[in-house]
Design a protein around this ligand. Structure first.
Ligand code: C2E
Ligand code: CA
Ligand code: CA
Length: 726
């Protein structure tokens, strides 16, 4: 998601930079265009100057050659026509001729003077537009004739004329009066003999033309902006040295603008194309990256087994859902399958995967439009669904649990699954962090998992406090075991008739340096869930053995002590052997130690329990059935299980409604135990009345607050086990 956003930012960033660059280049192009025009006029001016210079040099060179030829003629009066032909080639002229003075006087109208001169443009005898260069020929101090050479104007123009912009701009050579000396052979040049000044006068304001005429008169270089032939032109003018001629260059303003515009546009198009190319490339790369990122995200966000979202994606989507301004109340559900490991172990992983897919299908079906779900890992699923109230959330949860648990279509022989569910209900106005919302559903699930049936729990503040306390306990339990904070308390058991102490039950206490003495009800259920209890049990058992050893060593008369063990031991095959080894280590005589197993454990695994009981009893342990009456009170059980002691749960005595009927039941239980040669202990005896009743039965021992509460070992020793000789 984040990556996609970054990609978009990159894309729009590139687009913005592109746009700015475009604006900049347009601005820049405007500037360039202006500069180019300035430079173009400078260049034109320069070219006109060069052209003028070349022209004047060439005319001088041509005249020099003619003068040289005139000198030859002055030496030799028999200058032949053939030699004149050679001279024509030498001076590069159209025609050359020698005209003596007589002829000169007579006929040649084209020869207008007897002195050296360069003519204006005119039509020659052959009808060709030409220019004549003429020098006088002297002999013996007297002029005898002239020698002239005619030059085609188009030949001269080819050498000195300038054309620009595909012929749109061109040069003329004019004289001081504006008369054209030579011009390009083009349409416009048809007006060869018309004065440029006349044309300009015709089309422009007189002061502008006068300014231009002044340039000619004063033989200065300059540039003017005038209409010529109906077109606005740049007109550059520069004098030809040594003659009354000027080179003028005419370029239509529009052509020059078009030209610079064209260049700028071409470069703009080129850079535009390049920018587009680069842009397309960046776009392409970013598209590929986007696709790649999307693919990666899809892989990263998809749960392989169910094809749905995984927890990362779920949290991301939940975040969006929670951040919506007007969102409905939400139920955030967390589901867990009880003993899913068993499905995998018993039916194989493919079957396990099929079950997970089934769970996903149910969620997918119920999730509908407004909800989201995911597999949160292993056999845990999450669902966030709009629910109007807690009641509706509970109804939805039950429907889901019912459908999820039914896996008969997948594994026919498997029992329906037990699905736990924790629900966090979030009102539409409540604002909460995603992680916190998910954690709360998780806390509710933990609570639901404490029960062993098919259930759900809602998150509440009370639950939060409880779980927080549990977290503190869990965080400290290992250290507490290491530093000996778990200690046994002893509660004496007295003979019903003698009221003498006969034995004691060891009951664990957590002697916390921060919280004082913590009763087992607070931590034992948690230790049973988190698997820590066997460690505590063994630790207490070791303490009890050490205590008995101490009493024996001190020469006290030891009394039997019973210890409690949790059902978790039954899953450890080495359980009886471990206890035997400890008993052995402390050299505890037989029948001093009694192991208490609860009635509820009996339903786990008959065969196993029977085996455990016989091993323990064979090795000098007594075995007691604890809490009889709290559960199923199966009398049948007593026949099958070889217990030494039956402990009748305090529930029988605790109630003030002490009916005759209950007395009858207790009495018959005690009688039956007696007949089975079992010792009976009545727990939780608190009143004289209860004691009176027990005295009327064959119950052996009693344990209760009436006679003694559980107490520290030192108190117990002091009250009940005086050291011999003290
Ligand atoms: P439990 O084995 O049934 O132990 C008897 C409980 O009843 C003790 O509670 C005892 O203090 C209490 N009790 C005795 N007489 C009376 C009476 O007259 N009135 C009332 N109201 N209560 C009486 P405690 O010590 O809090 O232990 C609670 C439970 O914790 C035990 O029930 C046992 O299930 C478990 N537990 C205690 N120590 C251990 C242990 O070392 N290992 C294991 N696994 N469980 C233990
Ligand atoms: Ca007990
Ligand atoms: Ca008990």
């Amino acid at each position: 998601m984040k990556n996609l956003r970054q990609e978009n930012i990159l894309f729009w960033g590139v687009a913005l930079i592109g746009f700015l660059l475009l604006c900049l280049s347009l601005l820049f192009a405007g500037n360039i265009e202006r500069k180019m025009r300035e430079e173009s006029t400078d260049t034109i001016m320069e070219l006109a100057l060069k052209s003028s210079l070349l022209l004047s040099r060439d005319l001088n060179a041509k005249l020099d050659r003619l003068r040289l030829a005139a000198r030859f003629l002055s030496l030799d009066s028999h200058f032949l026509a053939e030699e004149l032909g050679k001279l024509r080639i030498l001076v590069g002229a159209l025609d050359t001729a020698y005209v003596d003075m007589r002829q000169l006087m007579k006929k040649n109208a084209a020869v207008q003077a007897t002195q050296e001169y360069v003519s204006n443009l005119h039509y020659g005898e052959n009808g060709v537009r030409q220019i004549r260069l003429q020098v006088p020929v002297h002999r013996e101090g007297k002029q005898v004739g002239v020698l002239y050479a005619d030059y085609r104007q188009d030949g001269l123009y080819d050498a000195y004329g300038l054309t620009f912009y595909g012929g749109e701009g061109f040069s003329f050579v004019i004289n001081d009066d504006g008369q054209i000396i030579f011009s390009p052979v083009s349409n416009r040049a048809k007006r060869t003999f018309v004065s440029v000044l006349d044309i300009l006068r015709h089309e422009n304001a007189s002061e502008k033309v006068m300014a231009f005429a002044r340039l000619l008169r004063e033989r200065k270089s300059g540039i003017a902006n005038l209409d010529f032939n109906g077109i606005r032109q740049f007109i550059a003018v520069t004098p030809v040295e040594g003659r009354n001629w000027h080179t003028i260059v005419l370029i239509p303003q529009e052509a020059m603008h078009r030209r610079s515009h064209q260049i700028v546009m071409r470069s703009l198009t080129l850079s535009g194309l390049m920018a587009v190319g680069v842009g397309l490339f960046v776009f392409y790369i970013s598209r590929i990256r986007q696709r790649h990122t999307r693919e990666l995200l899809e892989i990263a966000w998809t749960d392989k087994i169910t094809g749905g979202w995984n927890s990362g994606k779920f949290r991301e989507e939940l975040k969006q859902l929670l951040s919506r301004k007007h969102r409905p109340p939400l139920g955030i559900f967390k589901f867990d399958v009880r003993h899913f490991k068993y499905v995998n172990n018993a039916y194989g992983y493919p079957a396990g995967d099929a079950v997970l897919r089934h769970l996903a299908d149910v969620l997918r079906k119920y999730c509908g439009e407004g909800g989201i779900w995911c597999r949160d890992g292993a056999d845990t699923f999450m669902l966030a669904y709009p629910c109007g109230s807690e009641e509706k959330a509970a109804i939805r949860c039950e429907a889901l649990q019912a459908e999820m648990s039914n896996i008969s279509d997948i594994i026919a022989s498997c029992q329906p699954l037990i699905i736990f569910c924790g629900i966090f209900f979030l009102g539409s106005k409540e604002d909460i962090d995603t992680g916190e919302a998910v954690d709360r559903a998780g806390m509710a699930l933990k609570q639901a998992q404490k029960s062993h049936c098919y259930t759900h729990e809602f998150y509440s503040e009370e639950l939060y406090r409880q779980l927080r306390d549990e977290q503190v306990i869990e965080a400290n339990m290992h250290a507490a075991l290491r530093t000996g904070e778990f200690i046994p308390y002893l509660q004496p058991q007295f003979g019903v008739h003698s009221q003498k102490i006969m034995s004691a039950e060891a009951l664990v206490r957590w002697n916390s340096p921060h919280q004082g003495l913590i009763p087992p009800g607070v931590f034992i259920p948690l230790f049973e869930r988190n698997g820590f209890i066997p460690k505590v049990d063994i630790y207490i058992f070791r303490q009890v053995c050490a205590l008995l050893r101490k009493w024996i060593d001190e020469g006290r008369q030891p009394i039997g002590i019973s210890v409690n063990i949790s059902r978790a031991h039954l899953f450890h095959d080495a359980f009886p052997e471990n206890y035997m080894a400890i008993k052995e280590m402390y050299r505890i005589p037989d029948n001093l130690l009694e192991i208490e197993l609860t009635e509820s454990m009996m339903f786990e695994n008959h065969v196993k329990i029977q085996r455990v009981l016989s091993i323990l009893r064979d090795n000098g342990f007594r075995c007691a059935l604890d809490d009889f009456g709290a559960g199923h009170s199966s009398l049948n059980l007593l026949k099958d299980m070889p217990f030494d002691t039956l402990k009748i749960d305090q529930i029988f005595f605790g109630n003030t409604l002490y009916s005759k009927r209950r007395e009858t039941i207790i009495r018959s239980i005690i009688d039956m135990a007696d007949r089975l040669s079992m010792q009976t202990v009545s727990e939780g005896v608190e009143t004289e009345e209860q004691l009176e009743f027990l005295r009327s039965t064959s119950c052996n021992l009693l344990q209760g607050y009436l006679l003694a509460r559980p107490m520290s070992v030192s108190d117990f020793e002091q009250d009940f086990l005086p050291q011999p000789g003290l």
